[in-house]
Design a protein around this ligand. Structure first.
Ligand SMILES: [Zn+2]
Ligand SMILES: [Zn+2]
Length: 172
């Protein structure tokens, strides 16, 4: 298991908003939960919590990470509920489910075109801007006749902290 550290924060500053959202008083326009409701999909407190956790996450959480954070707040959460909620949100194009080769898929809530830096040691994933010119560089030769639906730019290596740790190890 890659140690990615806790990425999701169910407590702290977000707790008040979370409680307000769970009580159903907040109209939360434009939120993932509102989108589910507007689309006529089931919005249980469990699904609402998952939406909140995605919105409060600062990275690319896995379903398992979301599940772990969710059970801390709501022990009745099931992993199946996490999966079905993620699939519903992905079907609504509110999130994307991406695989950056770290095992399993990750929730992508940044819908702007971008690439990823993936640390092979700690599994950290960072967004990077992608130069639109790369689209032309990566053109498929016409004779291949392949209809591109998605482009992914993933650069793998070591993040700053892992690179410095490895430097220390090599010198010892
Ligand atoms: Zn790292
Ligand atoms: Zn991303």
């Amino acid at each position: 298991m890659a140690k990615t550290g806790p990425r999701l924060h169910a407590g702290g500053a977000g707790q008040r908003e979370l409680n307000a959202a769970l009580s159903g008083r907040e109209p939360d326009h434009g939120s993932l939960a509102a989108l589910l409701r507007q689309s006529g999909l089931k919005l249980t407190p469990q699904r609402h919590l998952i939406c909140q956790l995605i919105e409060n996450s600062d990275g690319h959480p896995t379903a398992e990470e979301l599940y772990e954070s969710a059970t801390a707040v709501m022990p009745s959460m099931s992993l199946k509920t996490v999966y079905t909620t993620l699939n519903d949100l992905a079907a609504l194009n509110a999130i994307r489910l991406v695989n950056v080769g770290t095992g399993g898929f990750r929730v992508e809530s940044n819908l702007e075109p971008h690439g990823h830096l993936v640390c092979r040691m700690c599994g950290t994933i960072m967004d990077i801007p992608v130069n639109p010119a790369i689209e032309e560089e990566l053109a498929v030769p016409p004779e291949i006749e392949f209809e591109v639906e998605q482009r992914e730019v993933t650069l793998r290596g070591l993040c700053r902290s892992c690179a410095s740790k490895q430097g220390e190890g090599a010198g010892a």
